[in-house]
Write a protein that binds this ligand. Structure first.
Ligand code: FMN
Length: 280
């Protein structure tokens, strides 16, 4: 089993890295695992320029020539991903934010279904819950989030109470990973996930011109097929599937009208002219 630990701190040997190493050490005592680290501070992953080419035409057209494609291959090769970062200004640091933005196309075109993810955060005092919550948005790429752990770390020598808290957090992280490694298949999706699937399915089926890469990807995966309820084979609650399908049916007419209105020349011109018309 392969674990890829992504360290989203500019300090490659900082508190976050140390906590992940503690988790690794504990896990190695319980399971046969291969660990690999990706230090975002040392990777060539440049900030998104906002051209949206990856979303519209495909990630292969991204103008940034850096490690993005190689990192995607490393993610796909992993069974488990540890997404780890410190809290900066009550949120995730820009390094890991850049990572998430650069993989935003995978939120349109999810692919990391095999990967189970453990989320890890360290802080001085506060912000753990918020930061772990932001990291959890990576689940839109298909990743199964198997747990979240976070702890306050000392800026200098640790008190006995801090040592206990950090050790307990590492124990919990390792236990969550061990459980994840033993689990097989994709867990039953929640109603929310089924609805998201149906909303994306509806949107991308109607917009081959606006979202050609997404449309082609959904077609290739068979996600437009009438019998397709979700991205992957998973045990699906029939009632939840029915509710998601029903919501899609209810939204269909409005979505069709919306696409037609957006395609009208008037709609295009109005928005493009706002920078010229507005005062200031
Ligand atoms: C720029 C910066 C901003 C920080 N902001 C916060 C914060 O908002 N709240 C907090 O409790 N700790 C904050 N910290 C403390 C770090 O979260 C904490 O020391 C963390 O464990 C550092 O991990 P690292 O060594 O892996 O970078 C901040 C540290 C830095 C360098």
């Amino acid at each position: 089993m392969k674990v890829l630990a992504i360290i989203g701190s500019p300090r490659p040997r900082g508190n976050t890295y140390r906590l992940v190493r503690m988790i690794e050490h504990r896990l190695r005592q319980q399971a046969d695992v291969e660990f690999e680290y990706l230090q975002l501070g040392e990777a060539d992953l440049r900030p998104c320029r906002g051209c949206a080419v990856c979303l519209e035409r495909g990630e292969q057209h991204c103008p940034l020539d850096d490690d993005r494609a190689e990192i995607e291959q490393r993610l796909l090769a992993a069974d488990v991903v540890i997404l780890a970062c410190p809290v900066y200004a009550m949120d995730m640091p820009s390094l890991i934010r850049v990572f998430m933005e650069r993989f935003a196309y995978c939120m349109h075109r999810p692919r990391f279904f095999k990967q189970r993810a453990l989320l890890v955060a360290t802080t001085g005092v506060a912000g753990i819950r918020e930061t772990l919550g932001r990291l959890a948005e990576m689940s839109y790429t298909g990743m199964q989030i198997v747990g979240r752990v976070g702890v306050a770390t000392p800026s200098g020598p640790a008190t006995p109470a801090e040592c206990r808290a950090i050790s307990a957090t590492a124990d919990r992280g390792a236990a969550l990973l061990r459980k994840a490694l033993l689990s097989e298949g994709y867990p039953p999706p929640t109603l929310f996930r089924l609805i998201i699937f149906r909303m994306q399915q509806l949107t991308f089926s109607l917009t081959p011109e606006e979202w050609p890469a997404d449309h082609a990807y959904y077609r290739e995966k068979g996600w437009f097929d009438p019998g397709c309820h979700f991205y992957v084979d998973a045990p699906i609650n029939p009632l939840k599937a029915l509710i998601a399908r029903g919501l899609q049916w209810l939204m269909r007419r409005g979505a069709v009208r919306d696409v037609q209105e957006r395609r009208s020349t008037r709609a295009r011109r109005w928005w493009d002219e706002q920078d010229v018309n507005s005062e200031g």
